[in-house]
Design a protein around this ligand. Structure first.
Ligand SMILES: [Zn+2]
Length: 419
């Protein structure tokens, strides 16, 4: 996973751009994806796919002195900046500069996809260099017709019902945001593709953030009815604990399952309501008229509580150096575990009366081997009325789903419960 990140991180992945297309092409060599193309200018619900953006050069100079050069770092020019070439007064220039006072040596990631603007992004500690009254500036950018691209892979399951997994692949020259999510989902799908016995159909979507999901869903409305759940993976490689953001409904099987897995894996994690942790593609999937219960997994601190998501967020410091391989692997394990439980979970309904004669059927659990399950068995037997899933029972009684599932399977083989 780290290789994908180091190979791709410095690509200029703006939403419709050469860099985005190159990154998708690279990934399609790892995964048998289809690439969906949607022409720029296409109306998608209330949005319009923006044009392709490219940039030849960008600088701030005065005589021979160069104050800023795009060639030094692509983040120096605001993404989707309008072209401009002129002499400006210092005052005007400063009003077009984005800078981070909280991280003075980093170049901010500035963008203006839908509002026509021009702008430069500069390290805060370089602002003091601008002592003159006027400067020559140039942003040689071009807007042209093109195609927004989306990587898609479907692994059909026994049911048409789908769980959609989404990561955004845009953001120029950054590693954690969101190549970490992309790399984790590539590894997850390589793993999922090894088995064809799963219940749900899994759909992977690698999109330019927000507009990619809107473009995809608005042009494939017929697919929405089968999309039962969504999981967005966003910024999961840096050194922090996982954050689970619940779906709009908040009480779905997927919400329940994700918080169970995180608790059960004895991981430290944060948990927050929709729109409280971060805002990414889950806003589209949970959105009005779409309504696909979609959770997100990230390692963000909560934006809603005024926190900056992580120190290097949206800056030139978001490099492969901040990626922790173990955090990528752990995220993949958590996703696989969530999918495994979603796949196997069922509602057991008893066919027996009275307490079960456990030892007669070989169902007694030796308390010396598993004291927790042993003490929970009477409560389990009281919960087999066909109104609770195995996962709900495991969560309520604070026992392992895997152990309970194995025990219930024995009951099913003995015709003591029905699924
Ligand atoms: Zn971002």
């Amino acid at each position: 996973m780290k290789n994908i990140i180091s190979d791709l991180w410095f690509e200029k992945r703006n939403i419709v751009s050469e860099g985005f297309d190159d990154s998708l092409r690279y990934i399609s060599k790892l995964l048998p994806m289809s690439i969906i193309e949607i022409p720029t200018g296409t109306e998608c619900w209330s949005w319009t796919v923006p044009p392709k953006w490219s940039l030849k050069e960008g600088w701030i100079r005065r005589g021979n002195k160069v104050y800023l050069d795009y060639a030094d770092h692509p983040l120096h020019i605001m993404a989707y900046s309008e072209p401009v070439k002129k002499k400006v007064r210092k005052e005007e220039l400063l009003s077009h500069i984005d800078t981070y006072s909280h991280r003075p040596s980093a170049i901010p990631f500035g963008y203006s996809y839908y509002e026509k603007k021009w702008g430069f992004c500069i390290q805060n500690n370089k602002l003091a260099d601008f002592r003159e009254d006027s400067y020559e500036i140039c942003i040689d950018s071009k807007f042209s017709p093109g195609r927004l691209k989306i990587g898609e892979l479907v692994l059909p399951g026994k049911l048409k019902d789908e769980i959609v997994l989404i990561a955004h692949l845009c953001h120029p020259c950054m590693a954690n945001d969101n190549l970490s999510g992309v790399a984790v989902l590539i590894a997850t799908f390589l793993e999922l593709a090894k088995s064809d016995s799963h219940k749900y159909t899994y759909r992977l979507l690698l999109v330019p953030e927000t507009i990619g999901s809107i473009a995809y869903l608005s042009r494939n409305e017929h697919l929405i009815k089968n999309m039962k759940y969504g999981i967005v993976i966003d910024c999961v490689g840096h050194n922090d604990i996982l954050s689970l953001q619940h779906s709009k409904q908040a009480d779905t099987e997927l919400d329940y399952c994700a918080s169970y897995v995180l608790k059960n894996e004895a991981l430290m994690f944060r948990e927050g309501a929709i729109n409280k942790v971060c805002v990414s593609d889950e806003v589209v999937f949970n959105g009005p008229g779409v309504n696909i219960p979609t959770i997100s997994l990230s390692r963000f601190k909560f934006w809603d509580e005024g926190a900056w998501p992580y120190p290097e967020y949206h800056s030139s410091d978001d490099t492969p150096d901040i990626i922790v391989q173990e955090n990528l692997s752990k995220t993949k394990e958590v996703i696989l575990k969530i999918l495994e439980i979603m796949d196997s979970n069922f509602v057991p309904k008893r066919t027996f009366k009275g307490p079960l004669f456990l030892s007669k059927y070989g169902l007694w659990v030796d308390w010396r081997k598993n004291r927790k399950l042993n003490s929970a068995l009477n409560d389990v037997m009281f919960s087999l009325e066909g109104n609770k899933s195995a996962l709900e029972i495991a969560k309520e009684l604070d026992i392992s789903y895997t152990e309970l599932y194995a025990w219930l399977n024995k009951l099913e083989r003995l015709n003591l419960i029905k699924k």
